[in-house]
Write a protein that binds this ligand. Structure first.
Ligand code: SF4
Length: 340
């Protein structure tokens, strides 16, 4: 006899066993997945979609098949494999975490949330995901998909918070099948309860869903999005006669630490005083708290005192980890050379 409070979980698990997806890092109906694969995939998925993550994940696992190889790798190699996913601090934290896992747990990942939370780069969401997917624990995992599903199920028309969704989702989480339940609710959000045009007629929770019954799926969830500030700056292109560009490794602590870049600035913090020629080319990049527009400027090599960087030909850029911001610059380099 099913406990009535887990009826929805039962419906969802039945739906999942028929319709759920197998992914490279988790397989339907199979608890106790590879905790290392779960951890890496969960960090990658925090910034992008399953479709984007699949090739990155495959490359990562080929290069660093286990925690030991990752812990022994150079940070630059780790950043190269991560390159393009953005949020480089996460890759650095993964590397740091692998070293701690070797030192503290002999290369294993603990199955206890409180131990996981003490490791670099593992916050409440990742700790819950690892406990659920890797160790089949009854964790309530709340990501963007779960927020949408729960907000619609309960017909929440106000701006919802993660905490509020957790309070509603937690009592529905069954004591068994932790891995499949967490996968199921995320899959429901990703494939059926999609942001636009949800397929409510195919949904296992359709009969109870307030948003569906009241025709509110277009307006739920209402998410609070703070307006992003606009910032402007410049990126400086310095080329030598061999066609190589001046790049430098970022030493300033912060988001882009350890990555290579062309000299750049915003808020008038010029990296050096030298006459430059403005081009008409710009790139825009959205950071968590602001949107940045950089104008490409060219500088004559003879006029600028260069110190710590190096000249590298564009054909060799693939050997250097660049931020997504700088990759956008690289993409328009050929055009910028045609500037009068
Ligand atoms: S019925 Fe529709 S809106 Fe409600 S949870 Fe299912 S897919 Fe989402």
């Amino acid at each position: 006899m099913i406990d009535p409070k887990y009826l929805k979980a039962e419906q969802l698990l039945n739906w999942f066993s028929e319709n759920g997806r197998d992914l490279p890092w988790r397989v339907k109906g199979k608890a106790h997945q590879n905790p290392y694969a779960v951890w890496i995939s969960e960090i990658m998925l925090q910034q992008t979609t399953v479709k984007t993550v699949i090739p990155y994940f495959a490359r990562w696992m080929k290069k660093f098949p286990n925690i030991q190889t990752l812990a022994q790798a150079d940070l630059q190699d780790v950043l190269l494999v991560w390159q393009g996913l953005g949020y480089y601090t996460r890759a650095k934290k993964i590397h740091e975490c692998a070293k701690q896992l070797m030192a503290l747990y002999d290369g294993a990942i603990p199955n206890d949330r409180s131990f996981l939370l003490k490791l670099p780069g593992i916050g409440p969401y990742t700790a819950s995901s690892i406990c659920a997917f890797a160790f089949n624990k009854p964790e309530t995992v709340v990501d963007g998909n779960v927020i949408r599903v729960i907000a619609r199920l309960y017909g929440l028309t106000h701006a919802v918070t993660k905490e509020e969704i957790y309070e509603l989702a937690h009592p529905m989480t069954p004591p068994d099948h932790g891995a499949d339940y967490a996968s199921a609710i995320m899959d429901l959000g990703a494939t059926i309860c999609t942001p636009l045009n949800p397929k409510c007629a195919q949904c296992p929770w359709g009969a109870d869903c307030i948003a569906y019954r009241q025709g509110l799926t277009d307006s739920i969830p209402l998410l609070f999005k703070p307006e992003k500030k606009e910032k402007k700056g410049s990126v400086f292109l310095i080329q030598n006669k061999a066609g190589e560009y001046y790049i430098q490794k970022r030493t300033q602590k912060g988001l882009l630490f350890g990555l290579f870049e062309f000299p750049w600035e915003y808020d008038d913090q010029r990296p050096f005083q030298a006459p430059f020629q403005k081009t008409t080319y710009q790139i825009t990049h959205v950071f968590t708290h602001f949107r940045l527009t950089l104008t490409l400027q060219t500088i004559h090599l003879e006029t600028v005192p260069l110190q710590t960087g190096q000249f590298v030909h564009p054909n060799d850029f693939h050997n250097y980890p660049f931020s997504t911001l700088m990759k956008k610059v690289i993409q328009i380099l050929p055009k910028s050379k045609n500037t009068p």
